[in-house]
Design a protein around this ligand. Structure first.
Ligand code: ADP
Length: 583
């Protein structure tokens, strides 16, 4: 079973929401103030109508009526102007907060230890970046401002209602426990329901992505039925989760709808009774009933947005959750002295309790070429990743110049060791962007272009780069000028030249590249390797033959270590491998 990435708890979500609110006190104050004024100007009408009813009862003139109607009209116009302004301010504030949240999330997501993402499956992170960010946008854009408006309006309406007479508290207070009980019942169940809904969705995305990415494997191994069953199960899980929250809503909504009518009906009955008995005026009953009616709208909005706020809180919990992942890098600020790469008694596990490396020692001299060979699954790539500082060892140490790989901050690490794989991503942007990201300083400087051209030249890519329509300013990557896989690989190699690490870990699964491009690329690669320490995971034995030393990795251990000739003479695993390969 995959572990998903963590989810923040309620206290953390609340704390974060408070921090967000406190970040823009002035904007928030202005928004609240404007909404307050708008609400107040909406409260004049019932009072004026009440007075009018009272007036008509005792006899009044048409001019008097016209005057009151005019005043009401003025209040309505003022209210709509204020409301518009207030909404504008609160939506602007919402967008601002949303932008900050997105930026924070991107920062946090990029800081995630790669091992954690791999364990959780990329689907989880993907569904957080898409679905949860979307859900949160809706909440921050609409639910939060609308809730603020509704809250302010409710508050002022209740105050205005009480100014009509304290008696009105009786029907109002009858509504409160009904609302509180039903809403609590709902909220208690809703949060877990929505979290489950999101998790089910993530699970579905994850296994769909897996099926698509592994389509060839699925076809080759005849896993079709198994994948369909798996997808059916995921859809069923998602369906059940959605049905649960839908079930909650079908109970809660109708109860709430009925509850809204309680104050209005109560005010008319109770107020009418009081009026008949001569305790209050007809005007007061009218104003009270109008206020009770006017209260339905903001209370309803308050409550229905609460649902959306729950959805948003569930998403925020998932977005904040990734900050809970402990970073597996611990930069200490120590600088390496020298270029000696050492692995000492290294043990490592992807899954707790199941080590895939069982005490590996390896010392690589600066400038040395080491080839790692051995059966598939023996731990070569894992050791390579540890040497490249991608994972810290569980116990033991992997150091460069006496400093642990994961003690270096990422910028420092990149100047020491780099992992070179077949995976070459062309980022959407200019050719310059794609190269300059490897430079020590991220901002562009004037003489950088020369360095970029030199790097392209070093990997034999200058020729095609020069004929691109806009040179270094040509936009490449998805949807732009398409680069061939070979060119993408050269770009990656040019980045290495720019980053200039003294040690390269090479996972050379070259079988995937086009053989015609391969010769060309090998020249480019050789140029990059020149003068550097190289630890190559060799899939073809002639790499081993040409290396200074060969390390045979079997079952998470280095079982043989020496030059090609020494190992052949020893007549062990390597000799057997060599003989069978060499014929
Ligand atoms: P090699 O490169 O020699 O083929 P690997 O280092 O890829 O071997 O794998 C060593 C062991 O670690 C294998 O048993 C493999 O299944 C396991 N392994 C590799 N990557 C992961 C991963 N991301 N999560 C869990 N286990 C893994």
């Amino acid at each position: 079973m995959k572990q998903t990435l963590p989810v923040a708890n309620t206290a953390e979500v609340r704390r974060h929401a408070r921090r967000l609110a406190a970040r823009h006190p002035r904007e928030l104050g202005l928004t609240l103030g404007l909404h307050g004024l708008a609400a107040i100007s909406g409260l004049a009408a019932p009072r004026l109508i009440g007075d009018l009813v009272e007036g008509v009862q005792h006899g009044t003139t048409a001019a008097k009526v016209n005057q009151v109607v005019l005043v009401i009209a003025v209040f309505v116009i003022v209210q709509s102007l204020l409301t518009r302004w207030a909404r504008f301010r609160s939506f602007a504030l919402g967008e601002k907060v949303l932008a900050e949240l997105r930026e924070e999330f991107v920062d946090n997501a990029l800081a995630l230890p790669i091992g954690t993402v791999e364990r959780a499956g990329t689907g989880d992170l993907l569904s957080r970046t898409s679905r949860d960010v979307d859900a949160l946008s809706r909440t921050v854009r609409f639910a939060v401002p609308e809730t603020i408006v509704a809250l302010v309006t409710t508050l002022f309406t209740v105050i205005a209602t009480m100014l009509v007479g304290v008696w009105i508290l009786v029907p109002l207070l009858v509504m409160v426990p009904l609302l509180v009980i039903s809403t609590r019942w709902y909220l208690k169940r809703a949060k877990d329901g929505y979290l489950r809904e999101n998790a089910a969705y993530a699970q579905m995305t994850s296994s769909l992505a897996e099926t698509v990415e592994g389509a060839r494997t699925v076809e080759a191994l005849g896993l079709y039925d198994e994948r369909v069953r798996r997808t059916d199960a995921d859809i069923r899980g998602s369906y059940l989760a959605e049905r649960y929250t839908l079930g909650l809503r079908t109970i809660w909504f109708p109860v709430v709808e009925v509850t809204y009518l309680v104050p209005l009906v109560g005010t008319l009955l109770f107020g009418g009774w009081l009026h008949i008995n001569g305790h209050i005026t007809l005007g007061a009953v009218t104003a009270g009933a109008l206020y009770a009616n006017q209260l339905i709208d903001p209370v309803d909005r308050l409550i229905s947005w609460m649902d959306e706020l729950q959805v948003g809180a569930a998403s925020l919990a998932r977005l904040l959750g990734i900050t809970d992942v402990a970073d597996d890098r611990e930069p200490t600020g120590r600088k390496p002295s020298g270029e000696l790469v050492e692995a000492r008694d290294v043990r490592f596990s992807y899954v707790d309790g199941r080590d895939v490396l069982h005490g590996v020692d390896l010392v690589v001299q600066p400038g040395e070429r080491i080839a790692m060979v051995g059966p598939s699954g023996a731990g070569k790539s894992t050791l390579g990743r540890l040497v490249a500082g991608i994972h810290p060892p569980r116990t033991g140490s992997v150091t460069v110049g006496g400093v642990g790989m994961t003690e270096l901050d990422l910028a420092d690490l990149r100047r020491q060791v780099a992992l070179v794989t077949q995976e070459h991503h062309v980022f959407v942007g200019t050719l310059r962007d794609n190269l300059a990201m490897a430079l020590p300083h991220p901002e562009h400087e004037r003489d950088d272009d020369e360095k970029l051209w030199a790097a392209l030249e070093a990997v034999d890519a200058r020729e095609w780069a020069e004929v691109l329509p806009d040179g270094l300013d040509t936009r490449v990557g998805s949807g732009q000028v398409a680069l061939t896989p070979g060119q993408a690989q050269q770009l990656a190699l040019a980045r290495l030249v720019l980053a200039d690490p003294h040690t390269l870990v090479l996972d050379e699964a070259t079988s995937l590249i086009d053989p015609r491009a391969a010769r060309h690329l090998e020249r480019s690669l050789a140029a990059v390797l020149e003068g550097r320490t190289v630890i190559a995971i060799a899939h073809r034995l002639y790499t081993a033959h040409d290396a200074d030393r060969v390390a045979v990795v079997e079952d998470g251990r280095i079982t043989e270590l020496g030059s090609h000739d020494e190992l052949v003479a020893r007549n062990g695993s390597y000799a057997a491998l060599w003989n069978s390969w060499h014929g």
